[in-house]
Design a protein around this ligand. Structure first.
Ligand code: UDP
Length: 241
């Protein structure tokens, strides 16, 4: 194990959009491969690693509901989308010789394990990369909340939220010139300023369980490996004062 690790067990939340590359929809295999490379580098440091993948590149419950679908049904479709993404990532990681286990919050015994907390913990101890699919298994939630939930259940040292930019800003830096970047924030500040980093429920859950959230850019080569060593650029969200 690398001696300079700041976090020994982490959960990485990757949104569906991250897997999309420049496409309008779905999966870009080159992007999946690139992200898998970043994950492989962190695994090589000896970090115990679990992943939660979003599904927004395929289907989002709210957009289905906006078109007149019942929200719960639309959300189940969104959860299935996360399973597609998880299978793609599992395939790419295993192609690189990494050992992974996929656990779904909605049982799909032909393709993956059901979510069993103790079994997932055992996989992590054995240095297998555990991918959690189907979010929390409940409609009206998001994969951000699933990430905070699983990070809490797995006793992770940190929840890493991968984004397109190198931290949290007070406005979208790609659209608002001069947007201010934060080095560190308190959970309550994220909630009260409605900073749109993660859902309020995810932030509240991380706060309750004292899990720091690190927001960083997954598109920075080596950025993920830097963050687990406490280096590089990220915004740290934790309890302050
Ligand atoms: N979803 C859900 N419950 C969960 C997690 C996800 O119902 O616990 C559904 C919801 O419809 C959501 C979709 O799955 O829109 C995809 O997840 P999310 O929007 O969080 O993906 P991301 O934005 O990270 O790509």
């Amino acid at each position: 194990m690398s001696a300079d690790l700041r976090y020994r067990r982490v959960l990485l939340k990757l949104s569906g959009e991250a897997l999309m590359g420049n496409r309008e929809y779905g999966l870009d295999p080159l992007m999946v491969a690139r992200l898998a490379g970043e994950i492989e580098a962190v695994h090589a440091l000896g970090v115990e690693l679990c992943l939660v993948l979003g599904g927004g590149n395929i289907f989002r419950g709210v957009s289905g509901a906006a078109k007149g679908m019942e929200r719960a049904s639309a959300d189940y479709m969104g959860m299935l989308a996360t399973v597609i993404n998880a299978l793609a990532m599992q395939n790419e990681l295993e192609r690189r010789g990494l050992v992974t286990r996929l656990q779904s919050a909605i049982s799909m015994q032909a393709i993956c394990e059901p979510y069993i907390r103790r079994r997932a913990l055992r996989h992590l101890e054995k240095k297998r990369i555990v991918i959690f699919a189907a979010g929390t298994g409940n409609p009206f939630f998001t994969t951000d909340t699933a990430a905070a939930l699983r990070a809490s259940e797995m006793g992770c040292d940190a929840l890493l939220k991968a984004t397109k930019v190198d931290g949290v800003y007070d406005a979208d830096p790609n659209r608002v010139p001069g947007a201010q970047r934060f080095e560190r924030l308190d959970y309550l500040e994220v909630l009260s300023r409605d900073l749109q980093v993660m859902d309020a429920s995810a932030v509240a859950l991380a706060r309750e369980n004292r899990i720091p959230i690190l927001v960083f850019s997954i598109f920075e080569h080596g950025g993920f490996a830097d963050v687990v060593r406490g280096r590089g650029r990220f915004t740290l969200i934790d309890e302050q004062g």
